[in-house]
Design a protein around this ligand. Sequence first.
Ligand SMILES: Cc1ncc(COP(=O)(O)O)c(C=O)c1O
Length: 291
Amino acid sequence: MPIRVNLNGKIVPAEEARISVLDHGLIFGDSIYETLRTYRGRPFLFSRHFARLEHSADGVQLQLRWSKEDIRREVERTLASEPQGPHGEESRIRVMVTRGAGPLSLDTETTTDPSLIIIVVPLKEVPSETYERGVAVIVSSIRRSRLLADIKSGSLIRQVLAFSEVKSKQTFEAILLTEEGYLSDGITSNIYVVEGNRLMTPSPEAGIVAGITRGVVLDLARNMGLDVVEGLFPPGEMDHADEMFLTSTTREVVPIVSVDGKTVGSGRPGPVALALLKSYRASIAALLEEG
Ligand SMILES: Cc1ncc(COP(=O)(O)O)c(C=O)c1O
């Protein structure tokens, strides 16, 4: 499946999609975005992603010119512009809104024309062995600032640098700490520590992005009778963990079996992570109907 691009309502081949070099999204990283995925070729939890996009827009004083139904329609049109692959491949969807073109000025009032860009690429599914074996992660040297942390802004230089640490250590993800040294989230995932019946996960105060997957998984965990605790946790909490895992839209629930080379729990995916992965997948069909 080729990359599909929708630029302000026009579906264009990726190599022909052009925006101005004066777009403040390029010059200042002045843009917001969401990453969604499909199941059965349909966008998953679109309404929740749109609500978060609106929250990001409010947070950076960007007026969204498109309604939820406008953006949903454009996402669906972009998906439909190519038939789903022969093996039912799923898609990863990036919805971006940039501030638009204007003079070289930080003044938001100098631009009047934000751009809506939707990019659809084939989703790289996490291989089943990864879920079976679990993954290694590192603690990044890059810290998470709590300021504007809940806004999905296109200024991602910290994430880019943290990702190069992940690559050089050949791990799956990196955990970021807050500037005060508390556990925050992954580069593009939320993280969890299990001790007995307690499921701990950093709270919004820890500068996390409130993951859509996190919301679903915490509901499932409460329904399973786990004691869910959101808060500020020091990294030492990981030393006592029975198990750990991470969640994100594109990766679902992935067990973590080592941090910085230190084994977590038994060194195998734990029962809580595996049970949550199973019930997450079991809830997908119902959640798809939520729209
Ligand atoms: C910093 C950060 N935390 C967590 C997540 C996971 O969020 P979601 O479950 O909505 O994909 C993301 C997603 O990209 C992220 O960028």
